[in-house]
Design a protein around this ligand. Structure first.
Ligand code: GLV
Ligand code: MN
Ligand code: MN
Length: 456
């Protein structure tokens, strides 16, 4: 079973503990990125709560920002175009977090990793948090997540260089759902208990609890939310709209909600040569019929922006001479309206049950996971719109996000907002995801202008 925020009654544990220490930061570990322990070695030092409220014009450095983005894409480089393979808690992911901790320390930020693997670079005092995630899909692009993380790092550095305002950066863990749905930010926001996440398994049978032993020795506490005044996330659009219209910036109004569950058809495994067609209980045929019926029935329920996907299928025993006895698959659907998500769930469950009954099979549904649709914070949106109008007049627009983002979770505990830049050809979750570097830099500048206005 893959995990996420369970939409079942239950109490989510809350892991927020505050702490402070007067000890200095651990020694630099610039020389190597492979030793994550060394990078977070020493006591869990949280910065003092003394704020610097002097404000100066921040000047993000585009060359430094682009160089770091390219350095980060070398960690887990797929060897195909600019593609990256850096799944949550893989060796590449841990190396990337170590690299990030070094960059943070170089910038006089305090690196801090929490028990879920969320990696923060903390400024002194209460700060604006800027970031995203640095884990990737199994076949990921170089910008999905990494862009927002390096933009956060660059803004935190530019703020330090300018003497303020205080900006911290973050890379959340497992945004891409190896184990859950936005797992790291789901846990940090308090909606998902760490103990529940620990029981989530990836599709290879590895559980979250085992995966996170890689950081057990260096993880500190979960940080209190009130260390931060708000959260800004820059991201590629991951869709075609900005690219097709020639616009450069999207200011996100809302992020869709998602539902995700595993469905299993159990039929009868048998010989593919001797079992007559009319006697078969073929689990793949059931899945195929379900898919066709579902596409037809959902048409009465959905909007043009609604999407649904069967993205992972495991047939058992998955052999060409065996009638498959078991078909397990992921069923995911997304929409901006929670009621529509619920109506879709009913159609999905009813259709699967009907197909199973007709084929004399059983069907089982896994735990329903999800993230609610969420609106971005109006004040932060306004700041992004003012900045977009200054830096990219006539070249920006408001738009909803069909992709999920850590901001979905963080918006439940902090004011949160998001900025998009174009994705060439609307491609993402694929090795050939890309964005013109001039668009990346323009997005950074808009983000910096908004961040300075918000954090001062
Ligand atoms: C996040 O990557 C998503 O699947 O929307
Ligand atoms: Mn992403
Ligand atoms: Mn993604």
């Amino acid at each position: 079973m893959r995990g996420g925020t369970f939409l079942l009654p239950g109490v989510a544990a809350f892991f927020l503990l505050s702490s402070s220490s007067s000890e200095g930061p651990p020694p630099s570990c610039m020389q190597k990125y492979s030793d994550l322990n060394a990078c977070f070695a020493g006591p869990n030092v949280l910065p003092s709560r003394t704020s610097l409220f002097m404000t100066f014009a921040m000047k993000p450095n585009p060359a430094r920002f682009l160089q770091d983005l390219h350095e980060l894409r070398q960690i887990g480089a797929a060897g195909i175009g600019k593609g990256v393979q850096r799944r949550a808690f893989s060796a590449a992911d841990l190396t990337a977090r170590s690299w990030l901790a070094d960059r943070m320390r170089d910038a006089d930020l305090t690196p801090h990793i929490d028990p879920a693997g969320n990696t923060f670079g903390l400024a002194d005092g209460r700060s604006l948090l800027v970031g995203s995630h640095s884990d990737t899909q199994p076949e990921g692009g170089w910008l999905d997540g990494a862009l927002g993380v390096v933009a956060g790092l660059e803004l935190a550095r530019a703020a330090k260089d300018a003497g303020g305002p205080p900006i911290s950066c973050v890379s959340f863990q497992d945004e891409e759902g190896r184990f859950g749905v936005l797992t790291g930010s789901d846990i940090w926001s308090g909606k998902l208990a760490l103990a529940d996440a620990d029981r989530f398994y990836d599709t290879d049978g590895v559980c979250f609890a085992d995966a996170r032993t890689g950081i057990a020795d260096i993880a500190g506490e979960f940080l209190p939310h009130d260390m931060f005044s708000g959260f800004l996330e820059m991201h590629i659009e991951q869709g075609p709209y900005l690219d097709e219209t020639g616009l450069k910036i999207g200011v996100v109004s809302d992020i869709v909600g998602i539902r995700d569950m595993t469905v299993v058809f159990e039929g009868r495994q048998n010989h593919a040569g001797t079992t007559p067609m009319h006697l078969r209980q073929d689990a793949f045929q059931a899945l195929s019929k379900f898919n066709t019926l579902l596409n037809d029935r959902l048409r009465n329920v959905v909007m043009p922006t609604t999407v649904w996907t069967i993205g992972h299928i495991a047939l058992h025993p998955n052999a060409s001479s065996v009638v498959p006895g078991r078909a397990e698959f992921s069923m995911q659907w997304r929409d901006g309206d929670a009621d529509r998500l619920a109506r879709m769930e009913k159609v999905i469950r009813d259709t699967a049950s009907e197909v199973a009954k007709d084929a004399n099979m059983s069907v089982n549904f896994g735990a329903l996971m999800g993230i609610e649709p969420v609106a971005m914070d109006q004040r932060m949106r306004d700041a992004l719109e003012v900045a977009a109008d200054q830096q990219a007049p006539e070249l920006w627009r408001r738009m909803p996000s069909g992709a999920l983002h850590d901001a979905s979770n963080i918006a439940t505990v902090l004011p949160a907002a998001m900025l998009f830049v174009p994705s060439i050809g609307g491609i993402s979750h694929a090795f050939d995801e890309d964005t013109d570097e001039a668009d990346l830099v323009l997005g950074l500048q808009v983000l910096a202008t908004a961040a300075e206005a918000l954090a001062s």
